[in-house]
Design a protein around this ligand. Structure first.
Ligand code: SAH
Length: 416
């Protein structure tokens, strides 16, 4: 990450200057308009009948039914299967810098309402569709902002986005995290990580979460550096930890492990297959004076099986694996992997033990996940009592019109 702002981040030409008004109309196939009247923001290429006009990528377009009725207004990207992202559902709204500014202000205002504006903490300030800003994610870590754009149209508007964020948040620096490789390919977006405003942090940033301290490495960390979506789930899990021997599987930087240690766990074993992650977990345990947290770099499935073979038992097991299902197509394989991990975890739990099991695969529904747990109960012959069915922290709002945003499932259960 360079320590000086680089050249403008645009991956091509600026959008045609139309002051946010449409330059073309995208006409839908017959019977394909319903989701958009329901405010769903993604128009796939397969729904498009024709385009009246010749929009450049990133331009404002109107969406209309085949018989010419206005449906919504959005931004065009010919390189993406997601041809148009919608940002307004009335013909009066201009998709101009004023709109982005107002949406960003509303998003930042929500975090203030949630009490997540403490400068020493971290919060997601903008959550894409959940804040009516499809393709834009902004996380604040202390005095720094990490911006992730997953849509070409947002990348083209990066300057306006930073101009809106700066007066609202007064960050010391704004860092751009390039979209992950798969997404970049889907959107025709090629953005390297770089500093876009201010100065870069000289090392890890230390943030407080529910009274605990965590180091976040913005340049090197996974995702945008820290799994903010799990903030309240870590605290919820910690309420069950007192006196228990805890296993935190897929621990990354040790969020659950440190929370459980501070919640009075007898001991905690934190495992991750990444040596970088376990080093971060160890550092975070030390930072909080949690001397009873041990870390181990190991594959989760192998480690769970090995602990079982060795006759080990735990009073609490946390499973927080990466996305097993990338798409609906890989759902069967993913469900088998969830079943296997959860079965191994249940087998390690003493009677009355607590299972904290998570899935961040959007393709896996809440119901799929609970049915998987029912299967584990059946196969293991154990009663599984669901205590809390949780989701992401409220700084990750989900639009009622785009339930794809509801990806995180966190179930806390007692296993008899
Ligand atoms: N619980 C963490 C987030 C976990 S993210 C927190 O609260 O911050 C998922 C983690 O799973 C990543 O750190 C990744 O390195 C790890 N991982 C992926 N595949 C794995 C495997 N087969 N075995 C163990 N860990 C794995």
């Amino acid at each position: 990450m360079p320590d000086q702002p680089g050249p403008p981040a645009t991956s091509g030409e600026e959008p045609t200057a139309t002051a946010g008004l449409p330059v073309a109309t995208v006409v839908l196939k017959p019977k394909r308009a319903r989701p958009f009247f329901g405010r769903h923001p993604w128009v796939l290429d397969s729904a498009v009948l024709r385009v009246d006009g010749t929009p450049a990528d990133g331009d404002v377009v109107d969406l209309a039914t085949h018989d010419g009725t206005f449906v919504a207004r959005g931004l065009w990207n010919s390189a993406s299967r997601l041809r148009v992202r919608l940002y307004a559902f009335d013909a009066a709204t201009r998709l101009d810098d004023q709109l982005w500014k107002a949406r960003i202000a509303a998003a930042v205002g929500l975090r203030r309402t949630l009490g997540l504006d403490d400068r020493g903490g971290a919060a997601r300030l903008v959550n894409s569709e959940g804040d009516d800003l499809s393709g834009l994610i902004v996380d604040r870590y202390g005095d720094w902002l990490s911006v992730q754009v997953t849509a070409l149209a947002m990348a083209r508007r990066l300057d306006a986005i930073c101009d809106a964020l700066e007066p609202l948040v007064a960050p010391r620096g704004i860092l751009l995290r390039g979209a992950d490789r798969g997404l970049a390919k889907l959107e025709g977006l090629h953005l390297p990580d770089r500093l876009v405003r201010g100065v870069a942090p000289s090392g890890p940033i230390f943030v407080t979460e529910h009274g605990l301290k965590f180091g976040v490495d913005l340049a090197e960390g996974q995702k945008t550096g820290f799994y903010l979506d799990q903030r309240d789930n870590r605290q919820a899990a910690s309420r069950f930890a007192r006196g228990r021997r805890v296993l935190d599987m897929f621990c990354y930087s040790g969020g659950f492990a440190v929370a459980c240690a501070s919640g009075g766990a007898r001991s905690v074993l934190a495992c991750d297959s990444s040596a970088k992650a376990t080093a971060l977990a160890k550092a975070n345990a030390d930072l909080n004076g949690a001397a009873n947290v041990a870390v181990e770099t190991a594959d989760a499935f192998e480690k769970l099986a090995a602990l079982g073979s060795a006759g080990e038992h735990f009073g609490m097991v946390i499973l927080d694996p990466p996305k097993f299902a990338r798409s609906r197509a890989s759902l069967d394989d993913a469900m088998r992997a969830y079943h296997r991990a959860n079965r191994l975890a249940v087998d390690l739990l003493e009677p009355g033990g607590i299972l904290v099991t998570n899935s961040c695969s959007g393709a896996v529904s809440r119901e799929d996940f609970l049915v998987m747990l029912a299967g584990v109960a059946q196969r293991s012959g154990r009663t599984i009592q669901l205590l809390e069915c949780r989701g992401a922290a409220p700084d990750h709002p989900v639009s009622a019109g785009c339930l794809e945003g509801e990806y995180l499932k966190c179930v806390i259960a007692r296993v008899m």
